[in-house]
Design a protein around this ligand. Structure first.
Ligand SMILES: [Zn+2]
Length: 376
């Protein structure tokens, strides 16, 4: 025993030489064929308290809703029942509607017993932009707001990534042709929900260091490595930031926390420098849940700038959000393995912050949402 002790001290004092020596087990090959990334599903043996949250603690406004088209009574009933069970008081439908399709849904909801539980944002037709398009799109927006739309959105990721102008060039986010549209939104006092790009890893090489390898291998349409077709992630973000800065009177809501939930300091700098900027938490829960302490601090600091949004309408996925926001639970599953192969931890947000993120901030931004059922 004594000899081991002496040897141990010797290793510590001669650290540089020791670093050269192989560590125990280094270079060993598994005795059995290793499982693939899709096969390996270890059972966690961790035993800790678990507090699933099927219903949000306070009434929620989902600012980034994609329900099925709200035209038939049947669809409205089906989505409405899901909202009831989750404690979502209002869903903002941002599924790209304008003109007749918009008014059909507004009328459908008004005629149903879920009147007041759905509100509509208006989409913009950004295809084939050329001279004069800005004024035309702005006029349609004005008509849609007249018809009852309470905001703009969702502006999809095609804008900036792939949509082309009439001259064949890529429609950049900061194209001045669209200035009248953003200024119209500012004048009407309505927020603009904009989704720019996708996670930065989607623009990086598909190698074994890529955090989203599985997702990229599953979905060909999420691969943006081809620079002859797509801008780089940073090019896109620079265009976005120029757009936001050029329209300081417009209220912007960045969907998906601007894809900076993995770099909250960067998002914090944006919020610090642009008081007209808000952001929404849809589909990035895996990034918040893997840094619960930093994310909690961020939510406390920017509690007036964050909005709840979910994106894809999958009722059984919402409770993962409630659990991350409301509890201090540790090391629990996320709902989609190709977003994240890691586990989530709860942020345990205080009630005052939960209320702001769940509904109060959205009520301020979208004054037309019926106030009835919300806490003070
Ligand atoms: Zn969306």
């Amino acid at each position: 025993m004594r000899r081991w002790f002496v040897l141990g001290l010797g290793l510590i004092s001669a650290a540089p030489a020791a670093a050269q020596r192989p560590r125990p087990g280094e270079g060993r090959e598994p005795e059995f064929p290793p499982p693939s990334i899709v096969e390996y599903r270890p059972r966690s043996t961790l035993v800790v308290p678990a507090h699933p949250v099927p219903r949000a603690r306070y009434p929620v406004i989902d600012l980034h809703g994609h329900p099925p088209a709200l035209v038939s009574a049947d669809a409205i009933e089906r989505v409405g029942a899901a909202l009831d069970s989750l404690n979502i008081q209002v869903m903002v439908n941002v599924s790209g509607t304008s003109g007749d399709r918009l008014t059909a849904q507004i009328d459908g909801v008004r005629a149903s017993r879920y009147r007041g539980r759905f509100v509509m944002f208006a989409s913009l037709d950004l295809r084939n932009v050329g001279p004069g398009s800005g004024a035309r799109i702005a006029a349609q927006l004005e008509a849609d707001v007249q018809a009852g739309a309470l905001g703009v959105g969702e502006i999809g990721k095609g804008f900036g990534l792939s949509i082309r102008k009439t001259d064949g060039s890529r429609l950049t986010l900061d194209d001045p042709e669209l200035d009248p549209v953003w200024e119209t939104a500012a004048r009407l006092g309505i927020p603009v929900l904009i989704h720019v790009g996708d996670p930065a890893e989607f623009f990086e090489p598909l190698d074994y260091q890529n955090e989203r390898w599985l997702e990229l291998a599953l979905f060909a349409n999420r691969r943006y490595q081809d620079r002859s077709r797509f801008p780089s992630f940073e090019e896109l973000m620079a265009e976005r930031d120029r757009l936001l800065a050029r329209h300081p009177r417009t209220t912007w809501v960045l969907a998906h926390m601007g894809w900076h939930a993995n770099d909250l300091a960067r998002l914090g700098r944006m919020l610090d420098s642009m008081p007209n900027l808000y952001t929404e938490v849809g589909a990035i829960l895996y990034d918040l849940g893997r840094q619960p302490r930093a994310a909690r601090e961020f939510f406390l600091k920017y509690q007036d700038r964050l909005l709840f949004g979910k994106d894809a309408f999958q009722p059984d996925e919402y409770p993962y959000y409630w659990r991350v926001f409301e509890t201090f639970d540790e090391y629990f599953d996320y709902y989609r393995d190709y977003h994240a192969f890691w586990k989530l931890y709860g942020l345990g947000l205080p009630d005052s912050v939960l209320k702001k993120v769940y509904c109060q901030n959205a009520l301020k931004l979208v004054p037309g949402i019926p106030k009835g059922a919300f806490p003070d």
